[in-house]
Ligand binder design. Structure first.
Ligand SMILES: [Zn+2]
Length: 165
């Protein structure tokens, strides 16, 4: 280990890796998040199942799926509060992560959940959440996160965040 200082809850993770990762067919999801603050899922052209995270082909019937715009509200399916994290997220602790099923989706995806008053009851199963976007987006999953619906106005009025499309 070097002599770099780490905070008590920070996992020692300083690694520099240069790589290029191609998202292929999933690229549209990240481009829409970055440019238009839209969350896209896919819908199977045969059975109609709505996939979020999007799948280019339906995993149930192996038919191609088409892009659809998802609602930006949803329900927490399961969550946990994060106390130990990497340097990228150390300033945010404590925060929650959870599987969120967006309204209209039939599958759930993992995403960060922030709260002004983060206690377990705020992020319990069945809690309603809404997406908040960073003003500086880079086409990454971390370009948006979820907040309890009753905190949405507070979060989108912070200088670094804004509401979705
Ligand atoms: Zn299908």
């Amino acid at each position: 280990m070097s002599d770099q200082k780490f905070q008590a809850h920070e996992i020692r993770d300083r690694i520099a890796i240069n790589y290029k990762y191609s998202l292929g067919g999933q690229s549209k999801f990240f481009i829409e998040v970055m440019n238009n603050k839209k969350i896209l899922g896919t819908k199977c052209t045969k059975c109609g199942k709505t996939w979020m995270p999007p799948r280019i082909n339906c995993s149930d019937c192996y038919t191609s799926a088409e892009w659809i715009e998802m609602k930006q509200t949803g329900t927490i399916q399961v969550s946990t509060i994060v106390w130990y994290t990497t340097s990228a997220f150390i300033k945010a602790i404590p925060y929650a992560i959870g599987y969120i099923k967006l309204d209209g989706a039939q599958t759930a995806f993992l995403q960060g959940i922030f709260s002004e008053n983060l206690v377990p009851s705020k992020v319990k199963k069945g809690s309603r959440v809404k997406a908040v976007f960073l003003k500086k987006r880079e086409g990454k999953m971390t370009d948006f996160f979820f907040v309890p619906e009753d905190e949405y106005e507070t979060w989108i009025n912070k200088p670094e965040y804004e509401g979705g499309a």
